[in-house]
Design a binder for this molecule. Structure first.
Ligand code: NAD
Length: 264
């Protein structure tokens, strides 16, 4: 019996087979969770329906987190299928392309800053608030995805790093707020993985190569690596863990300086 047996999980953020959310869905299903899915736009609907079918689910709900009405409608729809929710996976991020190439100030506008924060950071709290009535009192778990650019200045990541810093702070405030009702809130800080969202970041391939050369494990991570840790963090095995940022990055974040020696 899997360690998520009897748990019901809503998975956002599948856009392709390479999506981190897909790796999470696979691991959670393997461990026995029942899954439901959301899709951002009609363009992605059939792809997410196919993924859902693969994981034995026919609950597929539209959700563009830029729209308050869709957030509300999503949980109203989910409530027609399930009387409660144990796991909410937030695997959503977006910044306008011109804001994630070149210098931080080059693509910076009030609107680009607003969009990055709205979609990549605010949406976690908005979903947590909307899910609260269904999650309260069930030893539930909320999980989001972040990146090292939240705490270090990394070329090209720019306003996305600023938004991820807000996301990580949101994890802590949500954990404090929802802890008394039994809901845990955590983030995984994943190393670079080639997905659609990552392809938007200038020089992404170089970042990947750098990690493969210098991370202690001398490799990049996979969506399976992230999925397995996500399944654990959202299970009762991690009942004592909340408000944490857990790195799944082959150890890259521990380094002080790279490229100056043999690093052994
Ligand atoms: P992806 O492109 O497969 O997934 C991003 C998802 O965000 C897509 O499913 C997209 O539909 C969704 N999304 C964007 N705007 C939305 C909106 N308005 N409403 C609803 N959904 C919306 O890429 P991914 O790499 O799997 O990204 C998932 C998460 O992981 C993101 O938060 C990303 O920042 C984070 N992350 C990715 C990496 C990486 O290297 N790939 C590393 C660390 C963290």
């Amino acid at each position: 019996m899997g360690f998520l047996q009897g748990k019901r999980a809503l998975i956002t953020g599948i856009a392709s087979q390479r999506s981190i959310a897909n790796g999470i869905a696979e691991a959670m299903r393997r461990e026995g969770a029942e899954l439901a899915f959301t899709y951002q736009s009609d363009k992605l609907k059939s792809r997410v329906e196919d993924a859902a079918a693969e994981y034995g689910s026919n609950i597929v709900i539209p959700l563009d987190v830029a729209e308050d009405a869709q957030i509300e409608a999503c949980f109203a729809e989910l409530g027609k299928h399930w009387d409660g929710l144990d796991i909410l996976v937030h695997s959503i991020g977006f910044a306008p392309r011109e804001a994630i190439e070149g210098g931080y100030l080059d693509g910076l506008t009030r609107e680009n800053f607003r969009i990055a924060h709205d979609i990549s950071a605010y949406s976690l709290s908005a979903l947590a608030k909307a899910a609260r009535p269904m999650m309260s009192g069930r030893n539930g778990s909320i999980l989001t995805l972040t990146y090292l650019g939240a705490e270090r200045a990394l070329a090209n990541y720019n306003v996305m790093g600023v938004a991820k810093a807000a996301l990580e702070a949101s994890v802590r405030y949500l954990a404090l707020n929802l802890g008394p009702e039994g809901t845990r809130v955590n983030a995984i800080s994943a190393g670079p993985i080639k997905t659609l969202a990552a392809a938007g970041i200038a020089n992404f391939r170089k970042m990947l190569g750098h990690v493969e050369s210098y991370a202690p494990m001398r490799r990049s991570v996979t969506i399976e690596d992230v999925g397995n840790v996500a399944a654990f963090l959202c299970s009762d095995l991690a009942a004592g863990v909340t408000g944490e940022i857990t790195y799944v990055d082959a150890g890259y974040n521990i380094l002080g300086m790279t490229g100056v020696g043999d690093e052994h």
